[in-house]
Design a protein around this ligand. Structure first.
Ligand code: GLN
Length: 458
């Protein structure tokens, strides 16, 4: 099946009505087996399509269907974070990125399924059930932005995901699409329901690099409501340059994935200089990531008390009883595990032993990247260490956490990274991770654009 792109959607808009195309898209979604959407925005989307047909929708994404991950707030459209505790939450405001989508004429299709509060690698922790892989319905689409990965090019042209430790890149890799985790601070987090604030970014997902660039240009930029926002806009500049590419030795994968990866490295060598690089701090990165992410999560999730929003009980006992009951019923198992582990790591007596140590590792990881980018323009690795898992395969949480080994160092340092499809093994997609220097998305996107062309030509 040919994937939908901005280009082929626009071509169809020349001869067909947006209203008809969008209705057709919803017919397809309603029959879909992927379980990729939690809430559809049908009525509003059809209204926007009509506006487009009347020439009233203008902008870079005019008439383009975009899906939004369900941890990004949308005004008057249910936003659940795939949790029972927010199953009925209707935000009174739009996230900064959603304001930008609307201002550029995009049509919001709906809210995509995800791991509960973005905690997971397979979308299996969702209160709304697992998302299925478009290439094999018995396998996962990745996570936590599994819904966004699955719909790109199939049930939406573009999608937004969020990435705390790999949640855009993993589903991009597992669904055979492109996904970018921007430099920390490039995209405003205003309206992103937080999991671990110091690690996460909203980012674009698309079926080709050209569309990834377009969506990134729309969402990146200044927003004073997020104090960590860098205030920079992004404008892509085409550059055709021979680059120095580093293969990170510490980032491995199963043989079947590695073989595909090195096949593509040969293609890369036809134009660029390739060398290996050691990043010694990376062996501690996974442990440090989970300590930091869970610590931040435990404090972020304290706000869900069943009083201000979301799941509530009819009967009010004493405050403490009410609070515990709401949380016991409203949160899933994985979320509870992380709240408990995070609270433990932050508690007096253990703070120095775990959290402080994790912060020290974080500094080492950052320093390794700074050093690497003195000699290299971009770094590469397999995005995921394995092919998409069978549903239920990663039952043990530690085994699941280990699957993030190649993606979490990027979030600890705050550098940008994307995943690009590089082919198939046993009929399942494989992704390559391309990592750039701080705020140098331009170089990595130029490289990815070139690589995509070479892979298509081969
Ligand atoms: N799998 C990682 C985690 O569970 C990353 C999730 C994410 O990026 N949101 O923490």
């Amino acid at each position: 099946m040919e994937m939908m792109t901005v280009k082929n959607w626009r071509e169809r808009l020349e001869s067909e009505k947006a209203y008809d195309l969008v209705s057709e898209l919803f017919d397809k979604i309603e029959k879909s087996k992927l379980n990729a959407y939690i809430t559809l925005n049908k009525e509003d989307a059809l209204k926007r399509a009509e506006e487009f047909d009347k020439g009233e929708l203008k902008g870079k994404l005019a008439g383009i269907p975009v899906a939004v991950k369900d941890c990004i707030t949308t005004k008057n459209l249910r936003t659940t974070c795939a949790s029972k505790i927010l199953h009925n939450y209707i935000p009174p405001f739009d996230a900064h990125v959603v304001e930008r989508l609307k201002a550029e004429g995009a049509i919001i299709v709906g809210k995509t399924n995800m791991d509960e509060f973005a905690m997971g690698t397979t979308t299996e922790t969702s209160y709304f059930g697992v998302v299925r892989n478009p290439y094999d319905l018995g396998r996962v689409a990745g996570g936590s932005s599994g819904g966004s990965g699955a719909v790109v090019g199939r049930e939406a042209v573009l999608a937004l995901g969020s990435d705390t430790g790999g949640s855009i890149r993993c589903p991009a890799s597992f669904c055979g699409v492109c996904g970018l985790k921007p430099t920390y601070g490039y995209v405003s987090r205003y309206g992103l329901i937080p999991y671990a604030n110091s690690l996460e970014q909203i980012g674009p997902m698309a079926s080709c690099i050209e569309d990834l660039i377009l969506l990134f240009e729309v969402i990146a930029g200044k927003d004073e409501r997020d104090s960590t926002n860098a205030g920079k806009e992004f404008k892509f500049e085409m550059k055709d340059k021979k680059l120095k590419i580093g293969i990170i030795k510490e980032m491995g994968a199963k043989d079947e994935v590695i073989d595909k990866f090195y096949e593509v490295v040969e293609t890369i060598k036809s134009k660029h200089e390739v060398d290996e690089i050691e990043m010694p701090s990376f062996k501690y990165a996974l442990a440090a990531y989970y300590i930091i992410a869970m610590s931040e999560a435990s404090s972020n999730l304290a706000r869900y008390d069943g009083v201000r929003y979301g799941y509530a009980l009819d009967k009010l006992d004493s405050w403490t009883k009410y609070f515990s009951k709401v949380r016991a019923e409203g949160f899933g198992k994985e979320v509870k595990r992380r709240i408990m582990l995070g609270s433990y790591a932050l508690s007096a007596g253990y703070y120095g032993k775990y959290y402080l140590k994790a912060l020290k590792v974080r500094t080492l990881v950052k320093n390794d990247f700074i050093k690497a980018f003195k000699n290299f323009d971009v770094l590469i690795s397999p995005t995921m260490p394995a092919l998409p898992f069978k549903i239920g395969e990663l039952a043990d949480p530690l085994t699941m956490y280990k699957m993030d080994v190649n993606t979490v160092p990027i979030n600890l340092a705050g550098v940008p990274a994307l995943s690009i499809p590089i082919g198939f093994v046993k009929g399942l997609p494989v992704g390559m991770q391309v990592i750039g220097n701080y705020f140098d998305e331009n170089t990595m996107l130029n490289f990815a654009l070139w690589l995509e062309g070479e892979i298509r030509a081969n």
